[in-house]
Design a binder for this molecule. Structure first.
Ligand SMILES: *Cc1c(COP(=O)(O)O)cnc(C)c1O
Length: 354
């Protein structure tokens, strides 16, 4: 158990009015904990949200040794505050830390810290339909040293941001650009790790896709540029001839918690489900034969994001009739229903913040 010191702000901010958007508004407090070689993690504290000061030589600014997580706190129909599978974020934190030579953070400490900061700022959890309090834990390397080596000191920080409904006007299918030039990750790289570097690597393709009128990039494997990997910040699923298919975890794909939840639900419902290699050619062929029935992304932000259009070189595949497919809709309703306490939690995924 962490001994968390709490220093409350003397100047609480006014709660935002109107649409929240995403990631622009922050709550009154933040969680901070230090790591020092020889001492381990120490000085867990909750303090007023505010700027931090660092040496410009801090290692994170130069070589990118950092990790992050993303999860949400929801206001249930019963007025209580819930988290969705925070233990999975704690596990993934250590998988990422291993890859980046960041010291382990005990899983129970991660969950305790998330619950503690959410509790302190609980009145920031928005109540309107589709809204939530986004939780962003992250770790940065802080040694003031320009040598390339793992840092000996770190900060683990959690900030909170009330966020608006992802879908202002229902679940509208998005257009996706299959990138055939840039790649995001390769086997043996750090594609499975949740770290800023993967996002830095994705920006050029994202700008290209936006300029062409597509909202997201779908990455292909880094070697043959032939097999489907994932979308920007979402994993990807296809329903092909009745079968639910998603790329298997191969080291270059982020193991999404929503992905895992969707796989569990689809198996539970009796669908034929496979995690395997899927080539772009297979998709083109399936679409030509009318067998590409649904395509959707999965991630904490949107939960389920239906895909209406996929572009690959000169081919533009349209999926379905431009509205959300039945499996996508059922998954969205079920996952959000469990998150908000509207549906029974058969899998033990929901945790109350007390
Ligand atoms: C976070 C993330 C996802 C989605 O993971 P969830 O745990 O479902 O939110 C997918 N891909 C990438 C690259 C990510 O960073």
């Amino acid at each position: 158990m962490l001994d968390i010191k709490i220093q409350k702000t003397e100047n609480p901010k006014a709660k935002p009015e109107g649409p929240l958007g995403f990631g622009k508004i922050f709550t009154d407090h933040m969680f901070i904990m230090n790591y020092t070689e020889g001492m381990g993690w120490h000085d867990a504290r909750i303090v007023p949200f505010g700027d931090l000061s660092f040496s410009p030589a801090s290692m994170v600014f130069h070589y990118g040794q950092e990790m992050f997580e993303g999860l949400k706190a929801y206001r249930g129909e019963d007025g209580k505050t819930y988290l969705f599978r925070p233990d999975m974020n704690a596990k993934r934190t250590n998988a990422t830390n291993d890859r980046l030579c960041i010291p382990h953070l005990p899983e129970e400490d991660f969950v305790q810290a998330v619950k503690a900061i959410v509790k302190v700022d609980e009145d920031w959890v928005p109540t309107e339909k589709g809204t939530s309090l986004y939780v962003r834990p992250f770790i940065i390397a802080t040694d003031p040293f320009l040598g390339v080596a793992p840092s000996k000191t770190y900060l683990f920080i959690i900030i909170l941001s009330p966020s608006g409904a992802y879908y202002a006007s229902g679940l509208e299918p998005v257009g996706i650009w299959i990138e055939d030039d840039y790649v995001r990750a390769v086997r043996g790289g750090m594609g499975f790790a949740k770290t800023g570097g993967n996002y830095a690597a994705s920006l050029a393709a994202q700008v290209k896709a936006h300029d062409a009128g597509y909202s997201q990039v779908l990455w292909l494997d880094g070697v043959e540029r032939k097999y489907i990997e994932e979308v920007g910040a979402m994993n990807i699923f296809f329903k092909i001839d009745g079968e639910i298919v998603t790329p298997m975890l191969n080291g270059s794909i982020l193991p999404g918690i929503t992905r895992d939840s969707v796989l569990n639900l689809c198996k539970h419902w009796g669908y034929k489900v496979s995690e395997r290699k899927i080539s772009v050619d297979e998709l083109l062929e399936a679409q030509k034969n009318g067998k590409l029935e649904e395509v959707f992304g999965t991630g904490t932000a949107a939960v389920i994001s239906p895909v209406g259009k996929l572009r690959y070189k000169d081919d533009v595949m349209t999926i379905g009739d431009g509205s959300i497919g039945p499996v996508s809709q059922r998954l969205y309703d079920t996952v959000t229903g469990i998150q908000l306490g509207k549906l029974p939690d058969e899998f033990g995924w929901r945790q109350e913040v007390k």
